[in-house]
Design a binder for this molecule. Structure first.
Ligand SMILES: NC(=O)C1=CN([C@@H]2O[C@H](COP(=O)(O)OP(=O)(O)OC[C@H]3O[C@@H](n4cnc5c(N)ncnc54)[C@H](O)[C@@H]3O)[C@@H](O)[C@H]2O)C=CC1
Ligand SMILES: O=C(O)C(=O)Cc1ccc(O)cc1
Length: 301
């Protein structure tokens, strides 16, 4: 059961969500459902279709495609677009941010986001980068869920010297949305997330492509006889291409490091198969089962 000390006043008077897709619309839905986050929600998206759909769904109080207009007078701004857009967005909104405003984001990479945004942040604005470790393979304003973040983590990577009150505002917002929060260094974040999220996506995109390349021989059968293991990969591989292109390109070093380690381990497994090393194969599978069990135990705790 999560406990958040509800403030009499909501955290933000005017909260701007830039990018009303899966994550942005989950925040606005949660803000509406649980209260205590914002008096007024302003939605900004450069896609006319996404903006119109957000308005139809009643996800906010005001709607605009102009980020500079959106942030004027706001005390909270959260970037929820793909990470490749953050530098240009930061540059566009920076001159219009009000003194005391808290700027945050939900990007899946943290070193690149901080490098892209920090140079534009005015001295009287606090920047509190965050990353909710929750999502689905779906995207767009229809995909959001008020309880998407419930029971999940949101990782904060505030730069040294960030005002504590601003960090607490973002932590409180995530706690109201049902997430646990942790603070960490951005470089550490990027390495951890590279192995638990970015590399698995790279593998899923690749294995679907490899199966498809075998078209003449097996494609029909892949689709027809796909067992749940392959289906699990296709779920992950159905994720948004622009979002994942940006993640891969913006966490390049950590992703390539984890890929190199994974390749070595995959080669070792292939070698064991070739040599008929039954003990090696069985040991590795036993280790994987233990990891799966410990994840389920954590979830049930
Ligand atoms: N999908 C997931 O499972 C998770 C995604 N994230 C991060 O959240 C962010 C958003 O991801 P999703 O909500 O899944 O994406 P999405 O594709 O559902 O939505 C992104 C929205 O941003 C809009 N957009 C694109 N460029 C823009 C710009 N320059 N200005 C304003 N709006 C713009 C798009 O039109 C779209 O409506 C990404 O940075 C991603 O790395 C973080 C955690 C989980
Ligand atoms: O749906 C899945 O399997 C995910 O892994 C969701 C996800 C995608 C991107 C993130 O930065 C965090 C979580």
């Amino acid at each position: 059961m999560f406990m958040v000390e509800r403030m009499v006043e909501p955290i933000f008077k005017r909260l701007v969500i830039i990018g009303i897709g899966l994550i942005g619309s989950s925040i606005t839905r949660g803000a509406r459902a649980y209260g205590g986050i914002a008096d007024k929600i302003v939605i900004c998206d450069t896609s006319p279709a996404a903006l119109a759909r957000a308005e139809e769904l009643g996800l906010g109080d005001e709607y605009t495609s102009d980020p500079a207009k959106a942030v004027a007078g706001a005390d909270g701004v959260i970037l929820c677009a793909p990470v490749g857009t953050y530098a240009a967005l930061a540059q566009a909104i920076a001159p219009h941010l009000a003194p005391g405003c808290v700027l945050s984001d939900v990007g899946s990479t943290k070193q690149s986001v901080m490098q892209d945004i920090t140079p534009f942040v005015p001295a009287n604005v606090a920047f509190v980068p965050a990353h909710p470790i929750a999502g689905t393979e779906f995207s767009g304003p229809d995909a959001g869920l008020a309880d998407l973040f419930r029971g999940r983590w949101s990782l904060l990577t505030p730069p040294a010297g960030t005002a504590e009150a601003a960090i607490v505002k973002i932590e409180t917002m995530w706690k109201i949305l049902g997430a646990q929060t942790a603070r960490m260094d951005a470089a550490h974040h990027d390495r951890v997330i590279a192995i638990v999220s970015h590399l698995p996506h790279l593998i899923a995109f690749t294995i679907c492509g490899t199966a498809d390349d075998l078209a003449g021989e097996t494609r029909g059968e892949v689709l027809q006889f796909a067992a749940s293991g392959f289906r699990d990969f296709t779920r992950i591989a159905a994720s948004d291409p622009v979002m994942w292109r940006d993640i891969f390109l913006n966490n390049k070093d950590a992703l390539l490091e984890m890929f190199a380690r994974f390749s070595e381990d995959a080669q070792a497994m292939a070698r064991a198969v070739r040599k008929g090393d039954a003990d090696y194969i069985e040991d590795k599978i036993n280790r994987s089962r233990k990891i799966r069990k410990s994840l389920i135990d954590i979830k049930q705790a």
